[in-house]
Write a protein that binds this ligand. Structure first.
Ligand code: UDP
Length: 254
């Protein structure tokens, strides 16, 4: 394959110049990091599985009218996505207490929340992704109040849809992180869902046993991380019997 220009390398993905203007190639690595890079490792086959899982979820979300950056999967580890200007905010939606929320309020993990909580964090490795409010976001000019209304309403719709989708395969969607990007069309700015949705940025617990099927297995050294990611793909119906080495593609253009 011809050498492509690398535009950006993150912790779990590399972004290359795309074949058409306004597109980039998102390459999924097996690298895993946690606690702001303090813990590093690899999860064999993770990139292949996340590429496929994120494709599947983004296509389903597009079907219900959520605009996403996903264009089509290119191969086992790469997908073509729309080039966006990333809004430097991590949107976390929570349905059940876990992780940093459990710590902050000294609450037991697993406590269901009477209503979903949406939190915002500023994307900055140097600052350790500090939690922020809409006041900070609008005062510092990262997004306008109108942008935030759109981000909030898309995030809640995504949550409602994904909660149902995962429950249908016996999985509780505990919490997850989203990122949004800006695209410009005929002088109009539009916000679309970007990044990825995968067990790297969701907490997924088996509905009956509460077994963790996500990156917490890596963060907490619980073992069988690959198996957990594979199980999510298997339940979504996208992991062939032969394993992650042989995943058929779909060609979904938006
Ligand atoms: N999350 C993420 N990237 C981050 C921080 C959090 O994808 O930089 C996800 C994480 O996987 C979980 C949710 O957001 O599904 C909430 O994470 P939390 O704030 O509890 O932080 P953590 O305990 O993961 O540090």
């Amino acid at each position: 394959m011809a050498k492509r220009r690398q535009l950006y390398e993150g912790k779990a993905k590399v972004i290359f110049e795309g074949p058409e203007p306004g597109t980039v190639v998102q390459y999924f690595k097996d690298d895993a990091t946690a606690f702001n890079n303090k813990k590093q490792g690899t999860i064999t086959g993770k990139g292949v599985l996340n590429n496929r899982i994120s494709e599947y979820l983004m296509v389903k979300l597009a079907d219900i009218g959520i605009p996403t950056h996903f264009v089509r999967r290119l191969n086992m580890r790469e997908q073509l996505v729309r080039e966006v200007e990333i809004v430097p905010i991590e949107v976390v939606v929570r349905n059940i207490v876990a992780g940093s929320l459990a710590k902050r309020f000294d609450m037991p993990e697993g406590t269901p929340l009477p209503r979903s909580i949406v939190e915002y964090y500023y994307k900055s490795d140097e600052l350790d992704d500090p939690m922020i409010s809409e006041e900070h976001i609008t005062a510092f000019g990262w997004a306008t109040p109108q942008d935030m209304d759109e981000i909030m309403s898309m995030s809640l719709r995504i949550n409602d849809f994904l909660v149902g989708l995962f429950l249908g395969i016996g999985i509780r969607l505990v919490d997850f992180k989203l990122e949004f990007g800006r695209v410009y069309e005929e002088d109009q700015m539009r916000l679309i869902l970007a990044d990825e949705i995968s067990p790297d940025n969701c907490r997924l617990w088996d509905k009956d046993t509460n077994e963790k099927l996500d990156k917490d297995r890596f963060r907490r050294d619980m073992g069988n991380v690959e198996g957990a990611y594979q199980e999510v793909a298997r339940r979504l119906g996208i992991l062939p019997e032969s394993g992650p080495g042989d995943i058929p593609g779909t060609d979904t253009m938006q």
